[in-house]
Design a binder for this molecule. Sequence first.
Ligand SMILES: [Zn+2]
Length: 279
Amino acid sequence: MILRRLSESVYCILGGEKEANIGFMVGKSGVLVIDTTFSPYHATLVLKQIRSVTQKPIKYVFNTHYHSDHTFGNQVFSAKVVASRECKKIMTTLLEKEWSKESIQKWVEENPEWKEKLANLKVTLPDVIFDEEFEIDLGNLKVNLKHLGGHTEDSSIAYIPSSKVLFAGDLVFQGRYPYTKDGNVQRWLSALKTIQLMDFEVLVPGHGFLCHSQDVEHLIGYFENLLGNCREFIQEKQPFAEIVKRKEFLKFARRNVNRHQENIRKVCAELTQGEKIEK
Ligand SMILES: [Zn+2]
């Protein structure tokens, strides 16, 4: 976890290899935290970092989307949790199934290294809900939230106009192939085009290092190529193996290349609405 100051009152904590990035900003009336890591244990480490900067009360937590590596630390901050209506809806459904006490208990038994980290987990649902846009006012600091969808149905971003910092959540992955399984790539592409038009100087991605507008362009290029090549594959029945190897994709990121293959399958399924794809 690396703490970075992005402007006078806006900070991020970069998660490194596996963990999601966290944001926080300090206003006159208190602190807003963006995303909360995948366990109360990790969130406690985040809180420590925040306390090395300010003692002001943590007033709000904003969840960019429901994925557990962004929401499972909510409880640690004892703050109002803000999220899109979709986010609350999905989290509520998950609490009945994949996130029920029994399911998490079972998962921990299979992954004992998580036992202590998730020991006191109490999934904390959002209690301040917005539909498309919302403004959080921290006294002298305003933060605009916007629901865009794409990476997941509930994906949202946070923008601080006074410092031109944008927290994109998992709508932007840096240095690795994006995770598309729970989303819609066509909607994701249009969300990225919205982001590209915004007036930001620094963009904090959900995973990876700090980004600028060329990184968003790079990701747009990846998705456009992905959609174009998958359309070709479907129409002309090009061999799947050839599409996977195309060099414009291999330039994108050296890491997690198998995720790229999953993305091709995902896009083909989207374009054919689930028809079986030849491998
Ligand atoms: Zn995610």
